[in-house]
Design a protein around this ligand. Structure first.
Ligand code: UD1
Length: 353
């Protein structure tokens, strides 16, 4: 079986790592196409190095732009690569503009396309990621879902026949990395168990200057140190609107490589974020998470208060430092074998075999 993976943004590299390993382990041919959506070393190269992902076979160097410009440039650049490779499957990951571009390029060429992390929904049609998820799921031939909830969403949209539950590949990686970093010292000289890890990068928190100012002020006012791992988008918007980062409780730092990020969460007392992946990682690592959004694509994390949605910011100073719940967390994201189940599902459904 020949598979082309289309990736481009940070969370996709994490998802690619166990899939690349499983494809290689089963002796399949794998071509990695990097769109170049993320291009800073800290957002791209370190993930390939740390997670031992083979270097991309093709790098399209598309870079940043408005949604239409960026997605359109990717679409045009991916098409000849896929036509030339003629794989059994084009595999797209998650919900970024790279996902949508890869899916559209593949269907237009009548190449079978599989969507990994299918069926997630926020039901918030203002989110670019929601457009990307819905459009990709409806274009794809095989929908590889991480959870039962995702399977239900796909069934509700008439897509059950194309859907298969494989578990969450980010869980595979998180569980593999967790034990290796458990003893690492917390970053920036922070005390173990005494700080919060924060990330903010979603358009709904960064693009409106009043909202951005309120989010940064709420983090500054927290009663414990806040390690703010600043995504380039956050830094760019703060600079644009004259918002200073790194005052009050906030200790500002660059985005961390994946193992260091897992280590930082393990060493923390909790997480404040608007990232989807980090909500889940906090849950898997047993740290309470506060999510600065109105909804989550990972509702399993809300069970027993492990994750709390706090879009209004009111009471953040208490909610963010609440103790970890004592309730057991269950295993809604699978037990770490989602990548091998993904590869089995692809191999079973190769058209013409
Ligand atoms: C993208 C995804 C989002 C994902 C996030 C993970 C879409 C619509 N959004 O958001 O779902 O959670 O990646 O990080 O695809 N920039 C740099 N260097 C880089 C990349 C970006 O400086 O390597 C800056 C640029 O100013 C750019 C901005 O960040 O304009 C936004 O980048 P973009 O790729 O458009 O979206 P993200 O916010 O990273």
């Amino acid at each position: 079986m020949k598979v082309v993976s289309v990736v481009g943004a940070r969370p996709q590299f994490v998802k690619l790592a166990p899939v690349a390993q499983a494809l290689d382990g089963a002796g399949h041919e794998h071509v990695i196409v990097h769109t170049g959506q993320h291009y800073d070393a800290a957002m791209s190269d370190v993930f390939f190095a740390d997670l031992r992902i083979p270097a991309p076979d093709v790098h399209l160097a598309v870079g940043s732009g408005s949604h239409g410009v960026q997605t359109g440039a990717m679409l045009a650049a991916i098409e000849p690569v896929l036509a030339d490779a003629a794989p059994d499957w084009v595999l797209v990951y998650g919900d970024t503009n790279s996902t949508l571009a890869g899916a559209v390029a593949a269907v237009k060429l009548h190449l079978p396309v599989a969507h990994l992390e299918a069926g997630l929904r926020s039901f918030n049609r203002l989110m670019p990621e929601e457009h990307n998820r819905v459009l990709t799921d409806h274009a794809a031939d095989l929908l590889l879902a991480p959870t039962e909830v995702a399977m239900n969403h796909l069934a509700n949209e008439g897509l059950a026949a194309r859907s298969e539950l494989v578990g969450d590949v980010m869980t595979d990686v998180c569980l593999q990395v967790r034990d290796a970093v458990a003893g690492d010292a917390p970053p920036a000289g922070l005390d173990r168990g005494g700080y919060l890890v924060a990330t903010i990068h979603r358009a709904e928190n960064t693009d409106d200057p009043d909202r951005l100012r309120a989010v940064v002020a709420a983090l500054e006012a927290l009663p414990v140190p806040v390690l703010l791992l600043a995504h380039p988008r956050l830094r760019a918007r703060c600079e644009q609107h004259g918002i200073e980062l790194g005052t009050g409780a906030v200790v500002v730092a660059d985005p961390l490589p994946y193992p260091a990020m897992v280590g930082a969460v393990v060493g923390s007392r909790g997480v404040v974020t608007d990232s989807g992946g980090l909500q889940k990682e906090a849950f898997l690592l047993g740290r309470p998470c506060t999510t600065l959004r109105t909804e989550t694509e990972w509702p399993e994390t809300l069970a027993d208060g492990w994750n709390a949605l706090l879009p209004g910011l009111g009471g953040l100073d208490e909610v963010a430092v609440r103790p970890a719940p004592t309730a057991a967390r269950g295993i809604p994201y699978g037990s770490g074998d989602a990548a091998s189940r993904t590869v089995e599902a692809l191999a079973r459904r190769v058209v013409g075999e």
